[in-house]
Design a protein around this ligand. Structure first.
Ligand SMILES: [Zn+2]
Ligand SMILES: [Zn+2]
Length: 387
């Protein structure tokens, strides 16, 4: 391919004025009327004119810059260089351009925008955390959540324009939002569209942006929403509230708000999946004699039936008084573990009572014999030996 820039003696980025000046100078210096009508002079003069024809015409120059000689026979395909097997020569545009051209021809993506862009776009989803009490998590409830987000600008209603003004058509692209470009590719010369630089591809220009939102169509502000806490919710569960997220720029649709729950620790109950666990300290005498103990559950007061002779670690199950799970009707159980308290700080008469009890039960000198079952250590032993 002819190097038109070298022929005129200008740099690749030369301005139209520089091209014109260089052409004037070259044509004066090489005019056959001046240097004589030799075949070489005629040829050189032709080359100078060809160079000027291409470089002085923005469309032809753009095509040439992309590796296509607009003056070559066959619309520039291959040119004088000798085309390769796919019809392109060594001076072919980079691979990026090929893919860009093919992609835009196929998909009309960003590189191949076909019309003006719209300023409005959807906002981004947002996440807010909500801490609830355990009983709210079990039974469900209603909570107001206040959060910071993007709201539609009240002054311009999302139009981005100062009151009483409207966007004007971009003069650079006549409102089309795009600029045409020719790229050579495997498919031949492909016309691609680039966003117009003057209007950023929108086709319109906002001359006086809304001062309230700096032309964004939205402002930062506080919003509040009523959240229905679903029964059975657990820490980490998320609730999607459609359209309660931030509004998009330029009056774009609102995104979704996600509420992520955190269930507060309860002073008495530990949540274990569907179940609730609690530890109930009882006096040694109650464990030995048995007792009915009233405890406060999430469902109100309930009686725990401690059987006579209950051992430490005994678990009493109160069915259906547990936590439950999302989208599940039944609830788990409340499991109460007995923590038998050995009396301390005995006075003389209490000590005497216990001594008499020990005497009666022949326990005044307890037998030294290790137990094979029961107790924390034997449970640990079972675990270690895999029983
Ligand atoms: Zn505004
Ligand atoms: Zn434009």
């Amino acid at each position: 391919m002819n190097d038109y820039y070298a022929i005129l003696g200008v740099a690749k980025g030369a301005s139209p004025e520089e091209v014109k000046l260089a052409y004037r100078k070259a044509s004066r210096n090489h005019h056959p009327d001046i240097v004589g009508h030799t075949p070489q002079a005629e040829e050189e003069f032709k080359r100078i004119n060809a160079a000027y024809e291409v470089l002085s015409d923005p469309k032809k120059r753009e095509m040439y810059d992309l590796g296509v000689d607009p003056l070559a026979p066959g619309g520039g395909q291959g040119g004088a260089q000798g085309a390769g097997p796919f019809g392109f020569s060594g001076s072919f545009a980079g691979f990026g351009d090929i893919f860009e051209a093919m992609f835009s021809a196929a998909a009309g993506g960003a590189a191949g925008q076909s019309g003006p862009l719209t300023r409005a776009s959807r906002g981004r989803d947002q996440l807010e955390r909500l801490t609830v009490e355990l009983d709210e998590a079990v039974f469900g409830g209603v909570h107001e959540v206040s959060y910071s987000t993007h709201l539609t600008c009240a002054s311009c209603q999302g139009s981005c324009c100062a009151p009483g003004t409207a966007p004007t058509r971009c003069s650079a692209c006549q409102g089309r939002g795009v600029r045409e470009r020719l790229v050579r590719s495997l498919l031949g010369t492909v016309r691609t569209m680039d966003p117009c630089r003057q209007c950023q591809g929108f086709g319109t220009i906002i001359a006086s942006p809304c001062p309230e939102c700096s032309g964004q169509g939205r402002v930062r502000g506080q919003a509040a929403v009523e959240v229905n806490v679903p029964a059975g919710v657990d820490t980490g569960n998320r609730l999607r509230m459609v359209g309660k997220g931030e509004v998009g720029p330029a009056g774009g649709p609102a995104a979704d708000l996600y509420i992520e729950f955190r269930v507060k620790r309860h002073p008495d109950f530990i949540r274990d999946g569907d179940n609730l666990l609690a530890t109930l300290p009882i006096p040694m005498t109650a464990a030995a004699l048995g007792a009915a103990i009233v405890i406060e559950t999430l469902d109100g007061p309930r009686e725990v039936d401690v059987k006579p002779g209950s051992q430490p670690g005994t678990v009493i199950t109160l069915e259906g008084l547990g936590a439950g799970r999302l989208n599940q009707r039944t609830r788990g159980d409340l499991r109460v573990e007995l923590d038998v308290q050995v009396p301390t700080g005995l006075d003389d008469s209490q000590r005497e009572l216990l001594r008499r009890l020990a005497l009666e039960r022949h326990e005044e000198r307890p037998e030294a014999r290790f137990a094979s079952t029961g107790g924390v250590f034997s449970r640990l032993k079972d675990k270690l030996t895999g029983k």
